[in-house]
Write a protein that binds this ligand. Structure first.
Ligand SMILES: NC(=O)c1ccc[n+]([C@@H]2O[C@H](COP(=O)([O-])OP(=O)(O)OC[C@H]3O[C@@H](n4cnc5c(N)ncnc54)[C@H](O)[C@@H]3O)[C@@H](O)[C@H]2O)c1
Length: 340
């Protein structure tokens, strides 16, 4: 994103606490691993032109018109609660140096309620400014897939959460610099729900496809043929069964979505999270035995065609071992938490 924005004629400074990433960017090299078409060239060009540099110091953003925050937002592996250590640290570092009238865009994925409960208070406390009056704040979650970063950054529509008209106007102008698709304005919480729901949707669909595959295998029918025939019925778009859910976004974003839900007591989404746990065994085997060059998205599931030759063995291994285990797989562990 920094390189793309720099290519629009802006002066961009990327701040990261990782020294190696800072050094790489300042040397004109991409700090990202894997194939990202066009990124290495774009980054090198923008650094050599002096439009882009990196720094370890958050104070480098003082004077910036726009500050985009895209730090990691993981979940606790045991409780599944959101962990905002990096987000809180980044906000505490940038808030005191933000200039009056700056626009802050949170691009990290957030549990619903985090903009209101965590981000706004942290920025106002740290900057001693008021959001919506002398500081502007939006939530514009990233929509990216590894291997297609530049393409998705510019071509995919975006959802823009803003709670006041000036923030909306400033953010629309900023994203129009490089997003060629539509940017849909809404409020903070809707944007938080949309981002986490789009990944939870994928998670549930994958769990469904895989569960039907296991049922098909138990009954001795071809799961792939079942899926093809299901999709001959209008409005059915069942996914191809695969190795479960991987990457670091899809598995955590379902938990982010349900984490603040108290009265609605979500069951389907946490249960889908548990079902692919069973398919973790598919994934382990896939990693060991599969073609290492097979496409695996960071925020998606491995291309199911890559596990096709292994499917019979994988399905057999993935079946629950006992009725107790089967019951365990369907127990939800969702415990709602207030965001603070
Ligand atoms: N990677 C994707 O394809 C993708 C897609 C959609 C959404 N997201 C979301 O975007 C966010 C970031 O994801 P990512 O994959 O880029 O994570 P990442 O872990 O690869 O990168 C986060 C970066 O933030 C840096 N950082 C942490 N604390 C910092 C601080 N206080 N100051 C400055 N830098 C700090 C880290 O050193 C790291 O380089 C997450 O919320 C993720 O869910 C990612």
């Amino acid at each position: 994103m920094a390189a793309t924005v720099a290519a629009t004629g802006a002066n961009v400074i990327g701040v990261d606490i990782d020294l190696e990433k800072v050094k790489a960017v300042n040397a004109g090299e991409s700090p990202l691993q894997g194939q990202e078409p066009g990124l290495a060239e774009l980054l090198k060009e923008q650094v050599s032109k002096g439009h882009l540099r990196a720094s370890l110091e958050a104070s480098a953003v003082s004077g910036a018109d726009v500050v985009a925050v895209c730090v990691e937002t993981p979940i606790d592996p045991t409780t599944h609660d959101p962990s905002y250590k990096a987000l809180k640290a980044a906000l505490a570092e940038i808030a005191p140096v933000l200039k009056r009238g700056a626009l802050v865009s949170i691009e990290s994925t957030l549990a619903p309620g985090t903009m209101e409960g965590v981000v706004r208070p942290a920025l106002e406390r740290g900057s001693k400014r008021t959001v919506g009056r002398d500081l502007y704040l939006v939530h514009c979650p990233e929509r990216l897939t590894t291997g297609k970063l530049l393409h998705h950054l510019t071509e995919l529509p975006r959802v823009l959460g803003a709670n006041d008209a000036v923030s909306t106007r400033k953010a629309l102008a900023f994203y129009a610099r490089f997003v060629k698709a539509e940017v849909h304005p809404t409020d903070w919480t809707t944007a938080e729900v949309v981002k986490t729901a789009e990944n939870a949707y994928w998670d549930v669909q994958i769990a469904f496809a895989n569960e039907v595959a296991l049922i098909s295998e138990e009954l001795g029918v071809d799961a792939y043929r079942v899926r093809e025939l299901v999709n001959t019925c209008p409005y059915r778009m069942m996914l191809i069964p695969g190795a479960g859910v991987g990457g670091h976004c899809i598995p955590k974003d379902s938990w982010l979505l349900v984490s603040p839900a108290v009265q609605s007591k979500p069951e389907l989404i946490p249960t889908a999270r548990e079902v692919p746990g069973e398919h973790g065994r598919h994934a382990e085997l896939t990693r060991e035995d599969d073609d290492p060059g097979a496409p695996a998205t960071r925020c998606g599931h491995r291309d199911p065609r890559s596990v096709r030759p292994l499917r019979e063995r994988l399905c057999r291994l993935a079946r629950p071992q006992s009725r107790d285990e089967r019951r365990g797989l369907h127990r939800t562990r969702h415990r709602p938490r207030r965001i603070s």
